[in-house]
Design a protein around this ligand. Structure first.
Ligand code: HAM
Length: 453
């Protein structure tokens, strides 16, 4: 009878389990949107290294932090980045807000910085005004390796100086940033000269493309009419040969533009920056004049599609274009996502919090004591960590091992009653029991002697 019943019970439970499983299957977890990504805890050492290096260089080179909104008017980017650019034509996250105003998630922040410069009357401050930002940008691009729809940039912008030393400073700053993060880079540089010096060039460029009208893509056909320089951004396979044989802008620069560019290169030589002249580099944004540049890994595998680790240039006409007083300006934006992935690929270590002490309480009474002890150690300058959510000694010792600490403090029931704590040396395995009131001083002493030796 009992055996029979238990078979029945088993059957019922089995059916219930199958039903529950089916129900779970029906509840689909909402997925990440295409082109978006989570930056996980294991990515943070790289994230922190990039942001800390950016902030450190901004401080040293005199760039003040600015926080800009993620949402701006659509018009800001149409007027600055340019109506015929990929960014504005195809990639903007554009939608009307509740009042019907067209707004965009910012695709970049140089235009926002220029807007802020005008809006806050920064032209009346001592020039140049140098600003630094970091944060997410949004472009509705085709997702692929190193190309996200939400990505992150650092940004350095300098307003109010036309001196080539500023162009050079941006490239030198970039070179230092990548190198100090462990990435050997090469800067691709070019000069777009002034709008006047580009007029004759555009005529020649259009003539060249017209000769090949039947072989170029639809975008290029449109662009030679509307905004000829943009044909040089074309990534279509069939257009590459035509682009490579196109006339070069450098041959059309006026004397002042040539001289400006030569001075920039002289500064780069002085600082041993590795660069290559890249005559067809025009960048994907319309606001540039004179120097433009992009950074690439220097030791990139042959044939592997390169993606720029950052880019920038001079944009002397932008502030005026947006309604401000004529103001020369120049800037640079490193791409955080691509820097992080290059660091990972090269197995660089990033920036990690390396604790020296792990605190392991055993049982409830010990945990209660552990909280204030942990705080007194932390406030006393000890780099301490814990996993109070783990209860067994084995699990906590494994966590201590994983955290690569030098000492583990073990606080059991007996120690709580005695007012003591065990200090375990994780290298030798040696343990000593010490007065809990003295443990901070003991650790501080151990650590200072470790630093001396
Ligand atoms: P940009 O070349 O469009 O320039 O972007 C700068 C960097 O951002 C790129 O070199 C790349 O590393 C990163 N980036 C761009 N798009 C993506 C994406 N979809 N996914 C991942 N990373 C990306 C600008 O945005 C200008 N505002 C730079 C500037 C500052 N010019 C003057 N001042």
């Amino acid at each position: 009878m009992t055996a029979k019943k238990s078979v029945l019970v088993e059957k019922v439970e089995e059916t219930k389990a199958v039903e529950e499983k089916a129900l779970i299957k029906k509840i689909k977890t909402p997925q990440l949107l295409r082109g978006f990504r989570d930056i996980l805890p294991e990515d943070q050492p790289y994230w922190d290294a990039v942001h800390q290096k950016g902030a450190e260089l901004a401080l040293a080179y005199g760039y003040d932090r600015i926080e800009l909104p993620l949402v701006e008017s659509a018009e800001l980017f149409a007027r600055s980045v340019g109506k015929q650019t990929d960014i504005v034509e195809k990639e903007m996250f554009l939608f009307p807000d509740a009042s019907g105003t067209n707004i965009v998630l910012r695709p970049e922040a140089t235009a926002s910085c220029a807007r802020a410069y005008i809006e806050h009357g920064m032209v009346d401050r001592p020039q140049p005004v140098k600003m630094y930002y970091q944060g997410p940008m949004f472009r509705y691009e085709r997702p692929q390796a190193g190309r996200y729809r939400q990505f992150y940039q650092l940004g350095f912008e300098s307003f109010g100086s036309a001196d080539p030393v500023v162009d050079a400073e941006m490239i030198i700053l970039g070179n230092i940033l990548y190198n100090e993060l462990g990435l050997p880079v090469v800067a691709h540089v070019n000069s777009l000269g002034t709008p006047e010096s580009r007029t004759q060039y555009k005529v020649e460029l259009v003539a060249h493309y017209r000769k090949h009208r039947n072989d170029i893509c639809e975008d290029c056909k449109r662009r030679i009419v509307k905004n000829p320089l943009r044909v040089l951004d074309c990534k279509e396979e069939g257009c590459q040969n035509i682009k490579n044989n196109a006339p070069q802008l450098l041959d059309f620069l006026d004397e002042a533009s040539k001289e400006h560019f030569m001075k920039v290169l002289e500064y780069l030589d002085e600082m041993n920056v590795s660069y290559v002249l890249t005559p067809h580099l025009v960048r994907g944004l319309d606001y540039y004049s004179h120097t433009v540049f992009e950074f690439y890994l220097a030791d990139q595998e042959e044939g592997k599609r390169q993606s720029a680790l950052g880019g920038g240039g001079r944009y002397d006409g932008l502030v005026e274009l947006l309604g401000g007083r004529p103001t020369p300006a120049c800037g640079f934006a490193p791409g955080v996502d691509r820097i992080m992935s290059a660091m990972k690929e090269k197995e660089l270590s990033g920036l990690r919090y390396q604790p020296t002490v792990y605190l392991a309480p055993l049982g409830d009474a010990a945990r209660k004591k552990a909280f204030p002890l942990f705080e007194s150690l932390r406030q006393g300058g000890v780099l301490v960590t814990q996993t109070f959510g783990k209860s067994a000694l084995k699990g906590q010792l494994e966590a201590a091992d994983k955290a690569k600490v030098r000492y583990t403090l073990i606080l059991g029931q007996k120690e709580v009653l005695d007012g003591t704590i065990i200090v375990r040396d994780m290298e030798s395995g040696a343990q000593e029991t010490v007065d809990i009131g003295k443990v901070l001083g003991i650790l501080q002493k151990k650590m200072s002697s470790a630093t001396l030796s």
